[in-house]
Design a protein around this ligand. Sequence first.
Ligand code: ADP
Length: 396
Amino acid sequence: MRVLVANLGSTSFKYKLYDMPAARVLARGGMDRIGGSGSVHEFCFGEGDEIELECDLPDHAAAIDEALGRLVGPEGVMASTAELEAVGFKAVHAGAVTGVVDLDDDVVERMIAYYPLAPAHNPAYVAAIRQFAAVVPAARLIGCFESAFHGQVPLRRQLYAVPYEWYEQYGIRRYGFHGASHRYAAEKVRELNGPGRLRQINCHLGGSSSLCAIDDGVSRGSSMGLTPQGGVPHNNRIGDLDPFALELVMREEGLSFEQVLQQCSGASGLLGLCGHNDVRDIEARASAGDPRCALAIEVLTTAVRDYLGAYVVELGGLEAISFTGGIGENSRTVRQQVLAGLDFLGARLDPERNNQSPDAVAGSCALHADDSGVAIYALRTDEELIVARQTHEFLT
Ligand code: ADP
């Protein structure tokens, strides 16, 4: 079965085409700067060389047409779009609609209703779903919602202390996201650690970041909240905030509610703190003596440590800590700060091993010292693989 996995951001589209159930990657690619200028489509077939093509991508529909144009035909890996049996979407938010579902009109309507809560994700997904429905009408469109992995988080951890009716009537609660990445990390660390009790905390630190407490493969807590804006600071999204701050800023700056929300979801996080949102730039500037950049990293790592502590207590012990996402995989500074002084928990980083990043082949590396009681890993996450498997299982 040919399954295309679609991973969308507000200005990006990444995809992988799988042959299932073997999970053989037939093609993969990605585009960013959608809606802007200077887009490049980077893709490759199987293990082949990466190809880069400049393209004009006014919207997500154009990006999907560009991808299918390369995948289908004599130069591609499918003779016709009829070979594509399913498209699996790493869908983000539709409130109580979660799990693995057919993306019918009702589900799409729910996703549209959640635009205000997931402004960077839901509009891009809905645009992509509509485009695939138009150009590959025979393919099944399946949503694998990011919140599904957190379905067994205890209610006491889901609830905010708001009037209970807000929860009952409007679903105001913590949902948790990054489910595909946390699920992948749970499976990978199980493989690396072998049998036995496995209480794990996965730190997915990337453009958006969340921690997950995982007990023998089951999520017991996610740092993200009602929306993917919550939890620890993200690259340009806010993380947790006392809501009363908003009223003060609106009053003093003469801003509308929509305007402050836009600042929370696009001009906050690391960007808001130091003016940069790429951790590579922030680390370089911090090393060159920029105090605000150094502080931004410390605000992020402090928030990560807060959740780490909370989740050790929730799990009642710890066998492994894992890092995923662009920052978690690559930033030795962030990992070192997050794990500093945790010997009392039995978690000891080896400074030399911490210089590694998971290599492209093995996809993982162990970073703990030989005498550490807690295993520490950096993992190259594979969210698309999880979505491909879920889509295939759903359809078979
Ligand atoms: P997304 O959430 O958009 O999928 P990623 O997981 O790819 O994002 O992570 C993107 C983040 O990873 C960016 O903030 C980027 O700076 C950071 N990053 C990528 N490479 C490195 C690196 N070598 N060192 C530090 N941070 C890195």
